[in-house]
Design a protein around this ligand. Sequence first.
Ligand SMILES: Cc1cc2nc3c(=O)[nH]c(=O)nc-3n(C[C@H](O)[C@H](O)[C@H](O)COP(=O)(O)O)c2cc1C
Length: 349
Amino acid sequence: MLPPEVAHNLSIWALKSNLIPAQRIYKHQKLEQKLFGLSFDNPVGLAAGFDKNAECIENLVEQNFGFLEFGTVTPVPQAGNDKPRIFRLKEYDAVINRMGFPNKGLELFSQKLRQWKYTGINSRKTIIGANIGKNKLTADISSDYISCMEKIYGLCDYITVNISSPNTPGLRELQKKDNLKQLLSDIKSKKKEISTKYKGNLPVLLKISPDESEESLADIADIVVKKKIDGVIISNTTINPELMNDVSSAGAVYTGGLSGRPVFGLSTEIIRKFYQMTEGKVPIIGVGGVFSAEDAYVKIKAGASLVQLYTGLVYKGFGLVNEINEGLVKLLVKDGFSNISEAVGRDVR
Ligand SMILES: Cc1cc2nc3c(=O)[nH]c(=O)nc-3n(C[C@H](O)[C@H](O)[C@H](O)COP(=O)(O)O)c2cc1C
């Protein structure tokens, strides 16, 4: 009933204030996987953008996700676009947002990660990812991503290089061949430099848009394989004109990125293509319109090893996490799989 951003801020506040009850622990051996050197208890993660400032790590850990992704964080704090900038499209189970990376900046973000790492009292252990981006006014391709890496190295389990938000002008240009090559080369050399210094490995994932042409997707796949990127998150929100048009028929036309049920088919199709192009060698995290165990299973069979949720949580709440995990176990049993990894890419192979 509340305006979307008010509701969002209220839920962040409620989490921070311990007003949201913990979910019961649900574990099953069929759901456990090891990917990019990390052991996942279950395949259901929180997508980036929900907790942009990593303010509620402790409370989100209690919601029983297999992994949590915080951010997008940018080096310098920024206000984002003017409000209103989030719109609910209830009849479509969808959201349109044009937030533009509002966040409190890298300093505070890294403090929160450090606090959790060294003083977190929650006994549940969850994989923590940091989604990094660039400030609106930064022209340089790599510098903001490199600053973020330097600051949060050692404080999280993986980083996601976000080059696919439609709400930061020019960001999606980084998905183009030459830009992407340069960005990923810079990131890889930084990673090498820091990992020698700290003797650790930090998996690097890339988050892409669902609006890439076949040719552009093939370029991305090729570069990801050549640069040995650990995994790919597919996908961010869409600005696909047909899908935008479909949901606009209800009335207002909003600019921004569309998420939720309408993006399910498109993002799943990109997962399928990417899995084929990389012959299943690059782990994929599937995001976009997951509202049930069946939805998650479709993404997994199309090639995703893990899934993430955002809009599904808006409409169904945190109970969705256990609902999906329990449902997945039933689906795996029905199909005779002893572990979820056997189902990955089954519809494509
Ligand atoms: C309000 C809102 C804010 C978002 N902010 C971010 C963000 O900061 N970084 C990012 O990588 N994705 C962001 N996303 C995209 C989601 O992480 C996800 O990729 C997308 O919404 C598709 O999944 P869904 O259909 O489950 O929501 C945002 C999505 C929404 C709805």
